[in-house]
Ligand binder design. Structure first.
Ligand SMILES: *Cc1c(COP(=O)(O)O)cnc(C)c1O
Length: 396
């Protein structure tokens, strides 16, 4: 069988065996509706409450502050749209950054169409939001600030405590998209002063189609799904029972193994980056090298087209991505790399490798061997080169 190497853990992760095992009975014998009053219904309710505790423990929250959703995307939409709409009496200005996930950016654009003003903060060349720039952007009409915890393309971890403190000082609600940070960075929602936080199961070895929104106790946030009153009347819809149970188990495993995960994945990531740097000329690593997600290596290979490299690597059984999974099918250059100030030609030679718990050193050795081969091959046929200077690929 052809060798398979998965290096796209930021797009999604495989479900861990322990997670799947815990989920299975909830599809069959333990299938009761959590709102039903008989025993199997109440057992389902109990299983959901256990998952709520497991997730709360991972993020330093109270279980009552956790509301399960269908995805990280839903949590982002709910938080941003409802927090903004419900505070229109105070003002209609919100602040976010240029490097947010599309779940956030497109929610902000939707609010713009509905008459809100949105400030999209610049980031520096490493992807950091400047706390002073955030503070300067706040006006009397500002009701919400949403800055992601860690970026999905370049892995940069934002100074969340500092940003949240500025929001608090000005009495503005602070939301963070922590989908990538969850299970990769210690998170203490209370200590960090976060009001709203979005997370998702399938980025932490849980199932797809389940996420959650952390809503700080006492923070008013209207529901956005109306119906049977599930999730303390905040998010109606019959709960995704097996999904939520799986999310809880994945959160428990992530909490128990966090230190080991960070150490192991960071070591593999550094090994990979150091070897690529030493063995492939004309590359650079995007994003900050220190304050970075453990598994992220976003690398630009000059004089090649990232899509072409991705396809050649796929023929070798290696899964990597250009930009984020959501935008990788489009030819518009990554909005994140653009925000770092990189020119479009260079952005097109950028690849995201994301390492996870099942990655081995042997996987990385094989990947580097194929990278050296494929990069050399593409550079050999490329119409752009160091000698010719930058030209649009294929234009000559
Ligand atoms: C994956 C991701 C999302 C979307 O989460 P889904 O559960 O896939 O909808 C949102 N934000 C970030 C930063 C992500 O990486």
């Amino acid at each position: 069988m052809k060798r398979q190497v998965y290096l796209d853990y930021s797009a999604t992760t495989p479900v861990k065996d322990e997670v799947l095992e815990k989920m299975i009975p909830y599809f069959t014998q333990s299938f009761g509706n959590p709102s039903s009053l008989y025993t199997i219904g109440q057992n389902s309710k109990q299983a959901i409450e256990e998952a709520r505790e497991q997730l709360a423990a991972l993020i330093g929250a109270d279980p009552k502050e956790i509301f399960f959703t269908s995805s990280g995307t839903e949590a982002d939409n709910w938080a941003v749209i409802e927090a903004a709409e419900s505070r229109k009496g105070k003002g209609s200005h919100i602040i976010t950054s240029k490097i947010e996930h599309h779940a956030l950016l497109h929610s902000a654009e939707y609010l713009e169409k509905r008459g809100f003003d949105v400030t999209y903060l610049d980031v520096d060349s490493q992807g950091f939001v400047d706390p002073a720039a955030l503070e300067a952007a706040i006006t009397e009409r500002t009701t919400l600030i949403s800055i992601m915890f860690a970026n999905n393309e370049i892995g940069t971890i934002e100074p969340i405590a500092e940003l949240a403190a500025i929001a608090k000082k000005h009495n503005v609600v602070f939301h963070t998209d922590a989908v990538q940070a969850l299970g990769n960075v210690p998170i203490d929602a209370h200590a960090l002063g976060i009001d709203l936080m979005s997370v998702s199961a399938h980025k932490i070895y849980g199932p797809k189609g389940v996420g959650a929104l952390y809503i700080r106790k006492g923070l008013p946030l209207p529901s956005h799904m109306h119906g049977g009153g599930q999730e303390s009347k905040k998010r109606s819809g019959t709960e995704n029972l097996p999904g939520i149970v799986g999310f809880g188990k994945a959160a428990e495993l992530a909490r128990e193994g966090l230190a080991e995960h960070i150490e192991q994945v960071t070591a593999l990531r550094n090994y990979f980056i150091n070897r690529v740097r030493a063995e492939i000329p004309d590359i650079h690593v995007n994003g900050d090298i220190e304050r970075r997600l453990p598994g992220n290596a976003n690398i630009t290979f000059e004089f090649i087209e990232g899509e072409a490299l991705l396809l050649l690597m796929d023929l070798d059984g290696i899964c990597i991505s250009t930009g984020s999974a959501c935008s990788s099918a489009s030819l518009t250059p990554s909005h994140v790399l653009t925000a770092l100030g990189m020119p479009a030609e260079i952005i097109h030679g950028s690849i995201r490798f994301t390492i996870g718990d099942f990655t081995t050193k042997d996987d990385l050795d094989y990947t580097i061997e194929r990278l050296i081969h494929n990069v050399e091959k593409l550079r050999g046929i490329s119409s752009v080169s160091k000698e010719k200077g930058w030209q649009i690929y294929g234009a000559v």
